[in-house]
Design a protein around this ligand. Structure first.
Ligand code: FNR
Length: 362
């Protein structure tokens, strides 16, 4: 029975659809406009094939690595995703406990429903904190400082949302932005709009669309934490991010929820990696659904991947246990992929282990 025992991460999506109200499922699953990039994020992984090596002693496989100096069990992080209490009553606390149990890094979303402090005190997961920069800079600065005080190890600045992408399922459903405890007493988190997505109205009223490269300096001036820039898709911007002092780059198209017809992230990863020349680690997210996808990302130069929707689906289906199953399944599949490719450690994974016909990748 699939409901009791999903055998892969994709099976959680259908179970989540059955478990959730349509408005929330559509919010999690949806992409922007034609959802072209949404499909491409996954399809582009499928077009990459392997050059497995043989006779390499794969009796012991080691998946562990370090990310920004922190020891983790696998090159897999939990991507920042909004509103976890819409998936499960325990919300981000359950997700964080699963991250701790699996020893992977959790990136808490700026628009979480549990507070920065609640998540910090609920478990000993290594946590990063994602931010948007609001017009109310004082609000963003307070959140950054609260995260720093409660032991988050890095700030992940998401830069691909000057405005919210056009997510038509949310417009049809008149998606409601929930109350956000993080901002209690700081700003009104429920903007009423009778037309279309309430979330879109909330984003429009809060997010600072004037954000530019010079503001990275402002962010660096208010925190000692390393800053990762999330939402890079070109070699030009990768170089600018390094120059601006980023401690890492996340190649991301926001899970295809922002600019439709953005490239599949795996198809531009290598361009970014080459531009960065090893100066900072490069991470990637978007469409990672299999251990083979994680392996492919590493072969193309990523230090780790981030997982978005599968985590939310696991949370919707089985709370903390569901999230842990999702991360453990991906880890198990990665381990098997390494064994079958002749790579006992992550360092053994090279460009030569994958085939990307450029004509087919793009
Ligand atoms: C997101 N993403 C996101 N990113 C971010 O920086 N802050 C956020 O609050 C959110 N919220 C969010 C909600 C939902 C429902 C989704 C699906 C995504 C983007 C996320 O961090 C990540 O880039 C993508 O989810 C990765 O793609 P996959 O793994 O979902 O295909």
């Amino acid at each position: 029975n699939m409901a009791e025992d999903p055998v892969n991460v994709n099976e959680y999506q259908e179970l989540a659809r059955q478990a959730l109200p349509k408005m929330y499922y559509d919010f999690y699953a949806g992409g922007a406009e034609d959802q072209h990039t949404l499909k491409e994020n996954m399809e582009a992984f499928r077009r990459i094939t392997f050059r497995p090596r043989i006779l390499r002693d794969v009796s012991k496989i080691n998946l562990s690595t370090t990310i920004l100096g922190y020891n983790v069990s696998a090159p897999i992080m939990i991507a920042p995703t909004a509103f976890h209490k819409l998936a499960h009553p325990e919300g981000e606390v359950a997700t964080a406990r699963a991250a701790a149990a699996s020893n992977v890094i959790m990136i808490l979303s700026y628009v979480s429903m549990c507070t920065v402090e609640e998540v910090a005190s609920s478990c000993n997961a290594i946590r990063f904190f994602q931010i948007y920069v609001y017009k109310r800079r004082d609000v963003t600065a307070q959140l950054v400082q609260r995260a720093e005080r409660s032991g988050y190890k890095a700030i992940v600045l998401t830069v691909d949302v000057p405005r919210l992408g056009r997510r038509e399922p949310d417009i049809k459903n008149k998606m409601i932005a929930p109350q956000l405890k993080n901002f209690e007493g700081l700003l009104a988190t429920q903007v009423v709009s009778d037309e279309g997505s309430n979330l879109q109205a909330f984003a429009a009223s809060t997010i600072d669309a004037s954000l530019s490269w010079k503001d990275i300096g402002w962010l660096r001036s208010i925190t000692k934490l390393p800053i990762l820039i999330k939402g890079v898709l070109t070699h030009e911007d990768a170089i600018k991010a390094v120059e601006a002092g980023a401690a890492g780059i996340v190649v991301s198209n926001h899970g295809a929820r922002q600019l439709d017809y953005s490239p599949a992230t795996i198809s531009v990863l290598e361009e970014v990696v080459h531009a960065v020349k090893g100066k900072v680690p490069v991470f990637v997210d978007g469409g990672v659904r299999r251990g083979t996808d994680v392996f492919k990302a590493l072969a193309l130069g990523a230090q780790a991947v981030l997982i978005g929707r599968p985590v939310v689906y696991g949370l919707a289906v089985k709370g903390e246990t569901g999230v842990r199953r999702v991360t453990e399944m991906l880890k198990d599949e990665l381990e098997l992929t390494m064994a079958l490719s002749g790579c006992p450690t992550l360092k053994d994974i090279t460009r030569g282990h994958v085939i990307t016909d450029p004509e087919r990748l793009h």
